[in-house]
Design a protein around this ligand. Structure first.
Ligand SMILES: [Zn+2]
Ligand SMILES: [Zn+2]
Length: 151
């Protein structure tokens, strides 16, 4: 059981060794808008060892606000796959749009909504923060939501 995903060209495949998906959330910050070339990014925080990859990746390492983040992308088509940050050791932030069946997933929370593009309407009652919540605030907000089991 598990979840799978791939990059745009199919050179890199991902396998998630988890029983249920971590909460999906959308980040509307300006960095995510630029980085994705879109209006927001879809993220999922996973244990690093739960993400297995096959294929060749390239990395981009950058430091911001005292934290170093390593971005992993397909070395052929440059699809962003996930990143690691020393702000969350042992974890990886998956770009959830690379998952097969991502169209069945709904973000449980929205962060950095103060940068949200004005044409996007969020569902009523969905958890949201103007910037990033604390991990505790995030955990409380999504704890009422049922996890998505592996298909
Ligand atoms: Zn690729
Ligand atoms: Zn962001």
């Amino acid at each position: 059981m598990g979840f799978t995903g791939q990059c745009r060209c199919g050179q890199v495949h991902l396998q998630l060794q988890i029983e249920a998906l971590a909460p999906l959330y959308a980040c509307h910050c300006l960095d995510c808008q630029r980085w994705s070339g879109s209006a927001f990014a879809l993220h999922m925080l996973c244990a690093a060892q739960a993400i297995e990859i096959s294929g060749s990746t390239t990395t981009y390492i950058h430091t911001a606000q005292g934290h170093t983040s390593t971005q992993y992308a397909c070395s052929t088509c440059f699809t962003r796959l996930f990143n690691e940050t020393d702000a969350a050791p042992g974890m990886r932030v998956l770009r959830a749009g690379v998952l097969h069946g991502a169209d069945r997933l709904t973000p449980l929370a929205h962060i950095w909504v103060k940068r949200k593009q004005p044409w996007i309407s969020l569902p009523e009652g969905v958890a949201q923060w103007p910037e990033s919540p604390t991990p505790e605030e995030f955990a409380v907000a999504i704890s009422e939501q049922a996890p998505i089991a592996a298909l």
